[in-house]
Design a protein around this ligand. Sequence first.
Ligand code: PMP
Length: 403
Amino acid sequence: MDKVDLLDKFGKISANRDQLSAVGRDPTSIVIDRIISPTEAIIDGKPTILVGTNNYLGLTFDPECVAAGQSALAEAGTGTTGSRMANGSYAPHLALERELADFYDVPHAMVFSTGYAANLGTLAALVNTGDVVVMDADAHASLYDGCRMSGGSVYRFRHNDMTSLGNRLRRLAEKASRTLIVVEGLYSVLGDRAPLREIVALKREFGAHLLVDEAHSLGIYGEHGRGVCEELGVMEDVDFIVGTFSKSLGATGGFCASRHDVLPLFRYASRPYIFTASGNPSVIATTRAALRQISARPQLRQKLHDNAERLYRGLEAMGLRLGADVSPVIAVRFEQSEDAARTWERLLEAGIYTNLFVPPATPDGSSLLRCSVSAAHSEEQIDTILQRFREIIEPAKSRAAGS
Ligand code: PMP
């Protein structure tokens, strides 16, 4: 038998990477030379409109957030240099937890260093050997990794398919009571929402628990900006909400909020909470300021949805194949990954930055360009994005028709 070397696996990784850049530029190698605003940057020396950032509310340059970060940096230093369990929490970590709990109108919230850690840490604390996770097939990688860390049995159900979820729960019989259903509020690649009312009805029928990842929907849906759970009126039925500070809040970090009194005990059972450094004071400060903006400026949400509608309808009018729901995450789908990659590259050359997704990173094996809209986009920027798409798509369509 051939001897396998530890480093052999990188041959395959390198082949995959070469495939990514086969049609031109490697999308993972983009360097933003200079960031100018939430929607503009210099890339390859060229002014570029950003429509692939997750900066939904455009708060990264918000004067109040920036000022809060600057004074925290001056007052509390550059970093905490340790974990909360070993080295102590700073008072603002606790203040943010209280503010998040109040924001969701639940008794408890817990802050983690990233959204990724929040998902790992929540699932690892909550689900143990003998417990079960029933998870939407399109759930984010951090939820899959959290399941792996948890030691529980994991079953997937077909994306947003209530028959598939119902069948899974039925088959679990009495184990349903130690089952956690895991879904996202707004799905991050195709921009569609979870049918949470139906999911809650099944959760109740089978006596399971429910966790919703609102990473992409915090600040975007619901009267108070709490997310899809609020918009669909199911807050009371959701057991755990997880999310991130890295999208609408324009920072880094993550959280879990819950009405269950066990949440504070997660601190003792969650390795991704215990064994990592806590959020920097400046990051905690900008997050707190951004959370206040979500409550104080509902007009940001309205502007975001108006922009999303304008971009979605414009792309739809070009005959492009889009995700089913109009939302701030707009997926432009392609039959062939080469077409997606070529369009992505041409858009970049034309000063428009989108995100390229090709298999295996896409939920249904399709290839797509993901646009994420921001409240900070002006109508003129949205129209420029549409114009550039048109200039690239239409000649490609006539070439295809002629061939
Ligand atoms: N959950 C979802 C649904 C996400 O899309 C992401 C990040 N893309 C995360 C969690 C992880 O968040 P973070 O980047 O803050 O670690």
